[in-house]
Design a protein around this ligand. Structure first.
Ligand SMILES: *Cc1c(COP(=O)(O)O)cnc(C)c1O
Length: 377
């Protein structure tokens, strides 16, 4: 909750649901990462919130950018980043998109199999590639599963293949899962990375970089460890596995950079029950739901802090749902959300910690609802 956002909402009184992002918080988050990990370059994961103001601020602070598409690369360039500060970090790229990135001067690409290496070798010859390895995502509230990365054993072959294709086998990457609560989660992947460095060195290929990915959490309902705790755990894991030959490192924070910088303002459209029984749960319907930007409530994974003007009153368990005519548009039902008994139709509700993974997840016009409006202040 920031005073600047509250002042903005009180003075501007925007109509309809909207996200307000406070750039002061983004600046503070960037500086916290930069200070906690002084030898590590920050590549902001653009997909978390690609608002031009956010990208321009981060570019001015010296951030680099992890992009998943040519459109994101163009946004980072437009924000003032030079091509040497941009990576094409998606392991699933069309060859013509690799060519488009190469034409823009991008020199750093993610791969996780030989077929992807072949695309980069053809469309972006001579560039640097890093191979993503699988990570189980244990401890993360939003794990990233098996879709990206390969077994460490296979990564050796992928990077060797890249070397033979005239690319620079540059390093190894992984992602420990988003909203990672365990500060030690990097240890196992760093052990694997060190193994890959070692095996390739024996075959005459010197890797340079470990990409530590994202996963740094933002504060929702539960207390989270500070960035300094993650930094010191990563630092000791690097020393443990790489000894005195610490590689170049980068991090790709998304959620941890912008999550706590945003608040969504929404309003109660309806409060009802499904039967006359007194102990039946209340259903509270907001003017935003899964299709309006709160997609991360899928499987009730992310539980946002919710503020109302009645929070000092008695609370009761409620099912919280969105406004659209799709039955999937329910935010919290398996674990109901406790909201004030005095909450009524028309009341404003603030959803905190919504600076990441909201605007870009909102549908264009499902049921005629506008995409989530965003103000960056
Ligand atoms: C989404 C993504 C990130 C950001 O992850 P957070 O958990 O939001 O920090 C970082 N790297 C890659 C490759 C990603 O796809």
């Amino acid at each position: 909750m920031t005073a600047r956002i509250i002042d903005f909402l009180n003075s501007r009184r925007p109509e309809g649901p909207c996200l307000v992002v406070d750039l002061d918080v983004v600046r503070e988050n960037y500086l916290t990462f930069a200070h906690a990990l002084p030898d590590t370059r920050v590549f902001y994961a653009v997909k978390a919130n690609p608002a031009p103001e956010v990208l321009a601020l981060l570019a001015s602070l010296g951030s680099n950018f992890d992009c998943a598409s040519v459109a994101e690369i163009d946004m980072a360039l437009a924000a003032g980043a030079t091509p040497d500060r941009i990576s094409f970090g998606n392991t699933i790229k069309k060859e013509r998109d690799v060519a488009a990135a190469f034409a823009r001067g991008i020199d750093l690409y993610a791969v996780d199999c030989e077929a992807e290496v072949d695309k980069v070798a053809r469309a972006a010859p001579g560039t640097r590639v890093f191979c993503r390895i699988l990570c189980d995502g244990a401890g993360a509230e939003w794990p990233l599963s098996r879709k990206f990365g390969c077994e460490p054993q296979m990564a050796v072959g992928v990077l060797e293949h890249a070397h033979r294709q005239g690319l620079r086998a540059y390093g190894v990457s992984f992602h420990v899962g988003s909203q990672q609560a365990n500060t030690e989660a990097w240890d196992g992947a760093l052990a694997s990375a060190a193994g890959i460095f070692h095996t390739l060195a024996e075959r005459g290929i010197q890797l340079s970089m470990v990409n530590l990915g994202g996963g740094f959490p933002t504060r929702y309902l539960k207390e989270i460890p500070g960035v300094e705790n993650y930094a010191s755990s990563i630092d000791s894991a690097l020393k443990r596995h790489f000894g005195n030959r610490i590689p170049e490192t980068i991090i790709e924070p998304g959620r941890g950079m912008v999550g706590n910088a945003g608040i969504i303002k929404t309003e109660v459209v309806l409060i009802s029950k499904k039967s006359d029984s007194a102990d039946d749960l209340r259903w509270v319907y907001l003017d935003i739901g899964k299709f309006g930007g709160l997609a991360e409530t899928m499987d009730e994974s992310i539980r946002y802090p919710i503020r109302t003007a009645h929070d000092h009153d008695e609370k009761t368990a409620c099912v919280l749902a969105g406004p659209t005519c799709d039955s999937a548009d329910v935010l919290y039902e398996k674990t109901p959300y406790h909201l004030p008994v005095s909450l009524s139709i028309g009341d404003e509700v603030l959803i905190e910690g919504t600076g990441a993974y909201t605007t870009t997840y909102s549908a264009v016009a499902f049921n005629g609802f506008k995409p989530l409006e965003s103000f960056v202040i």
